[in-house]
Design a protein around this ligand. Sequence first.
Ligand code: ATP
Ligand code: MG
Length: 572
Amino acid sequence: MKASQFFISTLKETPNEATLASHRLMLRAGMIKANASGLYTWMPLGLRVVRKVEHIVREEMNRSGAVELLMPFVQPAELWQESGRWEFYGKELLRVNDRHDNLFCLSPTCEETITDIVRKEINSYKQLPINFYHINTKFRDEVRPRFGVMRAREFVMKDAYSFHADYESLVRDGYQPMYDAYCRIFDRLGLDYRPVAADTGSIGGTGSHEFQVIAESGEDVIAYSDASDYAANVELAQTLPLSGSRAAPAAALEKVSTPDVKTIAQLVEFLNVPVETTMKSIVVEGENEGELVLLLLRGDHEFNDIKAEKLAGVKSPLTMAAPEAVRAAFGADGGSLGPVGFAGKVYADYALEKGADWVIGANENHCHYTGFNFGRDAAEPEFVDLRNVVAGDPSPCGAGSLKLTRGIEVGHVFQLRTKYSEAMNAAFLDKNGKSQIMEMGCYGIGITRIVAAAIEQNHDERGIVWTDAMAPFNVVIVPMNYKKSDTVRQAADKVYAQLLAAGMDVLLDDRDERAGVLLNDSELLGIPHRIVIGDRGLQEGVVEYAHRRSGKTETVPVDSVDTYIRTALGNG
Ligand code: ATP
Ligand code: MG
């Protein structure tokens, strides 16, 4: 491709709407342009990267035996009503009416559509297993679209759905091959990633993994063992009950005045006590109307709402109790709450089980208790896992302790089991002619998010640093004075033709710009291999090669530059 026939629109200034490096660099490199919040146009340069990612994903999906089809972006409400998600999906689902006033939605995912196809097309065990996939636009009306294409409203996803006669087949023929294909995809893309166990929500079980690209800026936190393969999203990573016996109470229960103390930080400062001796109270709605459940955690621990939602007697989705209801049940407001005198169900985090002499809200505004002890001052609660793990916690796998890191979720494999096939009656006749509900798995990859995640991991102060697999162009030829020097132009055209003939993705930057602009742009765009051709070098028959990632530069005879580049590309 010649730059003069392409479209390059780099920016010198850093756009100030972008906080994340990848977002900034994508805008500066002219890969994307915003049309509205969470809506982007992929400019020609950016689209080339998207296509490279799609190509690798498609190859590996096909290799794994998945079959490509293409489902519609606009989907009828009836299917979503049938699965129950028309209500449940909430505001992320964009609903639209057609001219006949029929209701539709813009596809955020395709379980309903594919299940509808499969129940019509497949009726015998002989047609199973099958795994269908497509690569298509999705729309989710995200509460907070941000970080450019990382969390957009419209984005491109590869989604696959497998159907099986039984659970063994789901794991053997669907989940595991997809897990393996995802590893190959992220390996080929050259990403530093980690598959981590993830929450399965209402489906239960352990059949879900997220593929997380390791990045400081990631929205997810991952816990992993320093002594085994164990890795899980902190949403899921379990804490273990403490061993040993409980310390004996040493202090009497004493009410102390704590005016203007609303937070744990204020409490710790006001009473001058270690935060590890304080307890915080969270009040949520119970399963039955009007019931409240009290959840207790150590003051310095972070509440895990996904764990709380799964507790018996707690309303799902998790709902914080209204301030009036709290006042009626406890006689005090948030900030002064505790278990003393509360008659309802109380769950306490494992970390509270072995301690004594706690500081806790006294159920009287502006008052706390010191010297609180379970069993003596209030009934023993039920001890459960309620908090996020912290670095240093023992790994739930039994080996080593946990470390934390941040990640960007780029893929997700999930054992759906019969959630959709049951709701939508996707059944088949088994060997004995008996009707059975299909087992189902779903597998997503955020194609456009991968582009941003890769840049988060691969950039420096000068710009993007692409791997050969994802680069919009593998090689850029930068001629000095292409317009004015015949020698340079002829040499550049010749090398360009040679590299094209060798089947390379090569950009000849023949724009009429100063040398500095061309060189800076080649680094901003992150093209892995660069050849600079100038009059001075040509007098000696050489050009200058530069490798973007290592910064290595070398003088190469112009006559052998094509073999040189071929070798460089072969080596990645
Ligand atoms: P998240 O927790 O980031 O919202 P999700 O759990 O909603 O993700 P899935 O429903 O599993 O995501 O979708 C599959 C993949 O689609 C994700 O792994 C991610 O790579 C991508 N994806 C999801 N939401 C967005 C978005 N708003 N913008 C870009 N990519 C997205
Ligand atoms: Mg989401």
